[in-house]
Design a protein around this ligand. Structure first.
Ligand SMILES: *[C@@H]1O[C@H](CO)[C@@H](O)[C@H](O)[C@H]1NC(C)=O
Ligand SMILES: *[C@@H]1O[C@H](CO)[C@@H](O)[C@H](O)[C@H]1NC(C)=O
Ligand SMILES: *[C@@H]1O[C@H](CO)[C@@H](O)[C@H](O)[C@H]1NC(C)=O
Ligand SMILES: *[C@@H]1O[C@H](CO)[C@@H](O)[C@H](O)[C@H]1NC(C)=O
Ligand SMILES: *[C@@H]1O[C@H](CO)[C@@H](O)[C@H](O)[C@H]1NC(C)=O
Ligand SMILES: *[C@@H]1O[C@H](CO)[C@@H](O)[C@H](O)[C@H]1NC(C)=O
Ligand SMILES: *[C@@H]1O[C@H](CO)[C@@H](O)[C@H](O)[C@H]1NC(C)=O
Ligand SMILES: *[C@@H]1O[C@H](CO)[C@@H](O)[C@H](O)[C@H]1NC(C)=O
Ligand SMILES: *[C@@H]1O[C@H](CO)[C@@H](O)[C@H](O)[C@H]1NC(C)=O
Ligand SMILES: *[C@@H]1O[C@H](CO)[C@@H](O)[C@H](O)[C@H]1NC(C)=O
Ligand SMILES: *[C@@H]1O[C@H](CO)[C@@H](O)[C@H](O)[C@H]1NC(C)=O
Ligand SMILES: *[C@@H]1O[C@H](CO)[C@@H](O)[C@H](O)[C@H]1NC(C)=O
Length: 640
C-alpha cells in the first residue's frame, strides 16, 4: 500500500461538481441543468409514482430483477469463493441448496473520517485484498446485495478496490486527502493556487480543466455517472457485480424552519438507481427517479408536456444526502465569518455551490414534491409543492440502517459500519444505533423488520465494551422467519494491538497526509481482519470464519427442520454475539489506546479547531456537515 506521489500543481474539485465536469466534457454547461418541458409518459398506462402501504409494499420490478439476477448469476460463485464447501466452519454447504442469506452493508456518515473508515472496512471484507482473503473476512463484500450510504461515488468509478480509490492509480486520481478542502494550498486564502482552486469551482473555469479528467473506465463516452438514474449503464452495475446502492436523506417538514437536530418523526427518503421516495408508513410511495424534478399532484403532472428529467445529477443527489445545505449557511455565516481566512474560504465555496443548486430556501436541498396530494391524512408534506431534504443523519441516525430493514427487501444480515464521533476522543458510543432502534421499533414497526437486541443505553455500549470490538446482534431469534436480521456491528475502535489510534479524527478534519491515510486504512484493515480475543491484544485467528458463520447462519432457518448451528460456529457466537442476559465487559478489551496521536503533524489547523470549539452549534447532522460538502465518500479529482 504505497500511495503514489501526488502532484502539487493542479486544480481540484469535489464530486459535487463532477457531473458538471462530465457535462462540460460533453460540450455544454447547460447540460447540468435539468431538462424541462419534456413530454410526460402516458400516466394512465405508465404512472410516475407508485403508492402502497406497509402491508402491501413491494420492490420496484427493476430492483427485484437486479437483486435476483445478482443472486442467481454472481453470488453463487462469490459464496463458494468465500466459504467453499463449508467444511472449515463445520457445515456442508450443499445442505442449504443455494438458498443463502441476503446481506446489506450500511456505511455511516461523519466526514472524511467516516469515508476512510468505511473504505477500510470495505477493504477488510473485500476478497480482492490479499490480507482480507487470508484472514477469511474478505468475501463478505462480494456476497452482499445492498450497500447503503450517504454517498455513492464509489459506484461512479466502476467499483475499484479501495486502495485504488483512495490512493489513485493510472486512471483514477484518488481522493487527494493531503489537500485541505477549504484552502488547498495552505492557509493563505489569497495565494494563487487557492484562488485558482476557488476559481475552479466556478463553472466557467472548469471547461478547460474538464478536458483532462481521467476516469476509471472509459466506456460509454463517460455518460454514465452523470445522472444517478444512469447508473444501470455502468459496466459493473450492468453485470450485477456490485451490491445495489441506496442513498438516504432526511426531510425537514416544510415550514418547520429548524436548523438543529430533527426528531425521529419526519419522513426519511431514499434514492436508489431506480426510484426516489420513502417506505415510512405515513408516506409509503416511490417516484420514477428519471422524472424527479417534475411536480405531480396525485400522480398527475401539471401539464403533460412539462415533465422534467436529468434532475438527479449525481452531485446533487450526494449533496442532498450529505447536507451541503441544511444548517451550513444559517449557522455558518454567522459563525465562520468572524474567523479569518479559513472560514472565509469555506464560506465562499459553499455559497458558490449553493447558488448553483438551490431553487428556494438557502439551507436545504429543495426537491419538487412528487407526492403532492398523496396520503393527505398522514403525509406531513402532502400539501406542499416542495420537499426540503437535509443530511441523512439529522435525525440522529448516522448509520443508514433503515433502508436495509425494509420488509420488502427481506435482508437476513445487516452490517452496521459506525464511524460516528460521539465521545471526547471521537469514538462512537452507540447513539446512532440506538436512534435507529427507536425509530424502527416505533414509527417503522409496520413497514420494517424488528431491531435486534442491543445494549440499552450509550453508557452500556461503553461499559460493555461493545463499541470497541466487532459484535453480532440478534443471533438467536425467537421466531421463524426471524423477527429481525442478524446484525454485524463494526464500530470505529482503537487498534486491538494497543497501538496509538489514528482513525479517530475529528469530523471537521479536512485534510489528511498520504502517510496518515495509509496508516488509517491499515489500522482499520487490521481491526476488521483481526476481530478480538477476550483479554488480549492479539488478533483472533478465527474471526474471518466467525464472520462466515454470521453470514451463513440465517440459511439454517430456511430449512425444515432447522438444523443445529455447527459446533465451530456455536463457539464463534459465544465470543461475538451480544447476549443481553450475559453482557460482555469493557475489561475484555484491555490495553486499547483511546487518544488520537497524529502520525504526521502538519501544524495548526485553524479551521478544525474552529469547528471543535463550536461543535455545539453543529448538532443535528452533528456529523457530516461541512466536510460532507464533498459528498462524503470521495470525491476529489485531479483536473490538470
Ligand atoms: C404546457 O407546457 C407547454 C410547454 O411545454 C406550454 O407551451 C403550454 O402552454 C402548457 N400548457 C398549459 C395548459 O399550461
Ligand atoms: C394512455 O393509456 C391508456 C391506458 O392504456 C389508453 O387508454 C390511452 O389511449 C392512452 N392515451 C394516449 C394519449 O396514448
Ligand atoms: C395497497 O393497498 C392500498 C390500500 O389498501 C391500495 O390503495 C393500493 O393500491 C395497494 N397498492 C398496491 C401496490 O397493491
Ligand atoms: C471441502 O473442501 C476442502 C478444501 O477445499 C476439502 O479438503 C474437502 O475434502 C472438501 N470436503 C468435501 C466433503 O467435499
Ligand atoms: C454434503 O451434502 C451432499 C448432498 O447432501 C452429499 O452428497 C455430500 O456427501 C455431503 N458431504 C459431506 C462431507 O457430508
Ligand atoms: C487493487 O487493484 C490494483 C489493480 O488495479 C492492484 O494492483 C492492487 O494490488 C489492488 N490492491 C489490493 C489491496 O488488492
Ligand atoms: C480504455 O480504452 C482503451 C482503448 O480502447 C483500452 O485499451 C482500455 O482497456 C480501456 N480501459 C478500460 C478501463 O476499459
Ligand atoms: C418558517 O418560515 C416561513 C417563511 O419565512 C414562515 O412563513 C413560517 O411561519 C415559519 N414557520 C415556523 C414554524 O416558524
Ligand atoms: C420511468 O419512466 C419511463 C417512462 O415511462 C420508463 O421507461 C422507465 O422504465 C421508468 N423507470 C423506472 C425506474 O421506473
Ligand atoms: C403519521 O400520521 C399521523 C396522522 O396524521 C400522525 O399522527 C403521526 O404523527 C405521523 N407519524 C409521523 C412519524 O410523522
Ligand atoms: C453519546 O454520544 C452522544 C452524541 O454524540 C452524546 O450526546 C451523549 O452524551 C453520549 N453519551 C454518553 C453516555 O457519553
Ligand atoms: C408500533 O409502535 C407503536 C408505538 O409507536 C405501538 O403503539 C404499536 O402497538 C406498535 N405496533 C406493533 C405492530 O408492534
Amino acid at each position: 500500500m504505497s500511495p503514489p506521489r501526488l502532484p502539487r500543481s493542479f486544480l481540484l474539485a469535489c464530486v459535487f461538481l463532477r457531473s458538471v465536469l462530465l457535462a462540460l466534457a460533453q460540450g455544454s454547461v447547460t447540460d447540468y441543468a435539468p431538462v424541462t418541458n419534456i413530454p410526460c409518459p402516458n400516466i394512465s398506462s405508465d404512472p410516475l409514482i407508485r403508492v402502497f402501504t406497509p402491508q402491501n409494499q413491494s420492490l420496484h420490478p427493476e430492483e427485484e430483477a437486479y437483486i435476483s439476477t445478482r443472486e442467481s448469476t454472481v453470488l453463487p460463485d462469490a459464496w463458494s469463493d468465500w466459504i467453499g464447501n463449508g467444511s472449515n466452519i463445520g457445515y456442508n454447504m450443499s445442505l442449504f441448496q443455494g438458498n443463502l442469506p441476503k446481506i446489506g452493508i450500511a456505511i455511516s456518515g461523519g466526514g472524511y473520517r467516516a469515508a476512510l473508515y468505511g473504505a477500510g472496512v470495505l477493504s477488510g471484507f473485500d476478497a480482492r485484498v490479499p490480507a482480507s482473503k487470508k484472514a477469511g473476512t474478505g468475501g463478505l463484500l462480494q456476497v452482499s446485495s445492498y450497500l447503503s450510504a450517504l454517498s455513492g461515488s464509489i459506484y461512479f468509478n466502476d467499483f475499484p478496490n479501495i486502495t485504488d480509490m483512495v490512493n489513485g492509480n493510472d486512471e483514477l486520481s484518488g481522493w487527494i486527502l493531503d489537500l485541505d478542502l477549504a484552502t488547498p494550498d495552505g492557509v493563505d486564502l489569497f495565494n494563487d493556487d487557492n484562488q485558482h482552486f476557488y476559481g475552479s469551482i466556478v463553472w466557467s473555469v472548469m471547461a478547460k480543466a474538464a478536458l483532462a479528467i481521467n476516469f476509471f473506465t472509459n466506456d460509454s463516452g463517460h455518460g454514465a455517472g452523470q445522472i444517478w438514474s444512469d447508473m444501470p449503464a455502468i459496466p459493473s452495475f450492468a453485470q450485477h457485480q456490485v451490491p445495489m446502492p441506496i442513498i438516504m436523506a432526511d426531510s425537514r417538514p416544510v415550514d418547520d424552519n429548524s436548523t438543529g437536530a430533527l426528531p425521529p418523526g419526519p419522513v426519511v427518503y431514499e434514492i436508489t438507481p431506480f426510484e426516489f421516495g420513502s417506505w415510512d408508513p405515513n408516506l409509503s410511495a416511490m417516484m420514477n427517479l428519471s422524472f424527479t424534478g417534475t411536480h405531480l399532484n396525485n400522480g398527475q403532472p401539471d401539464n403533460d408536456t412539462a415533465c422534467v428529467q436529468r434532475f438527479d445529477q449525481t452531485g446533487f443527489v450526494m449533496g442532498t444526502s450529505a447536507s451541503l445545505f441544511n444548517q451550513i449557511l444559517d449557522v455558518a455565516t454567522n459563525t465562520l465569518s468572524g474567523f479569518g481566512d479559513d472560514g472565509a474560504g469555506l464560506l465562499y465555496v459553499l455559497k458558490r455551490q449553493l447558488q448553483e443548486v438551490r431553487t428556494r430556501a438557502d439551507d436545504v436541498a429543495n426537491w419538487p414534491n412528487p407526492f403532492n396530494g398523496v396520503k393527505p391524512d398522514t403525509f406531513e408534506d402532502s400539501g406542499s409543492r416542495w420537499l426540503e431534504l437535509v443530511d441523512g443523519s439529522t435525525n440522529g441516525e448516522n448509520v443508514p440502517l433503515g433502508q436495509l430493514f425494509v420488509k420488502a427487501r427481506n435482508l437476513d444480515v445487516v452490517v452496521g459500519v459506525d464511524a460516528s464521533a460521539n465521545d471526547a476522543n471521537d469514538w462512537p458510543n452507540g447513539s446512532s444505533i440506538i436512534a435507529s432502534q427507536n425509530r424502527m421499533n416505533t414509527i417503522l414497526n409496520t413497514s420494517h423488520q424488528g431491531f435486534p437486541p442491543i445494549p440499552a443505553t450509550e453508557e452500556d455500549f461503553i461499559s460493555m465494551g461493545v463499541r470497541e470490538r466487532p459484535t453480532f446482534f440478534g443471533c438467536n431469534p425467537t421466531q421463524n422467519p426471524p423477527e429481525f436480521p442478524l446484525m454485524i456491528y463494526m464500530p470505529n475502535s482503537p487498534p486491538l494491538n494497543g497501538d496509538n489510534p489514528v482513525s479517530n479524527t475529528g469530523t471537521f478534519k479536512l485534510s489528511y497526509t498520504a502517510l496518515h491515510t495509509q496508516l488509517f486504512l491499515q489500522q482499520v484493515l487490521d481491526n476488521v481482519n483481526g476481530g478480538f480475543l477476550p483479554n488480549s491484544n492479539s488478533p483472533d485467528p478465527d474471526f474471518g470464519k466467525c464472520v462466515q458463520c454470521a453470514a451463513i447462519d440465517r440459511a439454517r432457518f430456511r430449512l425444515s427442520p432447522v438444523p443445529a448451528r455447527s459446533n465451530y460456529c456455536a463457539q464463534c457466537f459465544v465470543r461475538y454475539c451480544f447476549d443481553p442476559n450475559d453482557p460482555p465487559s469493557v475489561d475484555e478489551v484491555p490495553g486499547r489506546q483511546q487518544v488520537f496521536v497524529d502520525p504526521q503533524p502538519t501544524g495548526f489547523s485553524k479551521i478544525e479547531d474552529l469547528f471543535k470549539d463550536h461543535k455545539a452549534a453543529w448538532i443535528g447532522g452533528g456529523v457530516g456537515l461541512i466536510v460532507l460538502m464533498a459528498g462524503l465518500i470521495g470525491f476529489l479529482y485531479v483536473l490538470l
